[in-house]
Design a protein. Sequence first.
Length: 341
Amino acid sequence: MRTLIVLVNRNNRADTIDCLESLRRCRGDFDVIIADNGSTDGSLEAFAEWAAGTVPVDMTPPAWDSIRGQPLTCPTVTYAGFADEAAAIADRTPRWLTVVSTGGSRGFPAGNNLGLRYGLTRDYHWFWVLNNDTIVDPAALERLIAAMQADPAIGICASTLLFFHRPTTVQAYGGSRYFARTASSMTVGLDTPLVLPPPPQCAGFDFVVGAAMFVSRAFVEQVGLMNADLYLYFEEMDWTLRMQGRFRNGYAPDSLVYHKAGATMGGGFKPPSRHRVYYLTINRILFTRRHFPQYLPTVVLAILAQAIKNCVRGRGKIGWWTFKYLVYALCVARYPLGPIP
């Protein structure tokens, strides 16, 4: 049973190529599709050059230690690029890497949906929605498949996420716990040393972290595509809410994925960008209004408290952005979201 790996790229060709290079050493029967969200940095040309073997990849960081010496499962990269989704779907030629332009900055869920729609026209049984700023352990995919096959009730399965720059430190043991009263979450195992199997206190989560979501074809067909209204963030929580009563979350602890954490939008080791603050703030309000309207007052208070805390800590610009986008979310913003105004 074959897998389609779905990546979304926007002006981040170096990280995407790193991810592709790691996937060449990943074990399993799979192909890769990249949905390019209107990149202007030469990404499309760079992917073609990488496929032709003319783009070197720096594999010296420690996160590559379990990857770089592994044999290539894809010695020759077969590649094609397409200007739109319809052209990609119409071409039935088998290949390892397909790159499709979405036609603009469509958002993370919409980009993934292009890949999922493409896959549904083929005979893929699994879909692995990966952030493009990840690299994967060679056994990561086959361990996800084993977990899904062991329990058919699992619709969406998580990996263990490790920080790329601190590869023995956990970003997430699979997922996060969600607190609807404040529209906030707590990532399970965040910033702790890697222990496998995870400690008992790290068992259980409400939703799979969106950097690595492995789903079955049945899940996509029954639950549907990702919610493109969201544009960025909260898409994994929305998928989880929509699957309730039909599927459940799963977790393959020994499926390891190294995540650069915020390489595109800030966060992790970078200050949060204006775009990150915008989409997180807007979606906290709109997502709550849609799914948990009874908690809208407490969510507003939580966001105000966050804005004040940033100001007190000397991050006045971030505090101002948070307050401004809170007002915008309450008074103006509606789904579907698009690029930041």
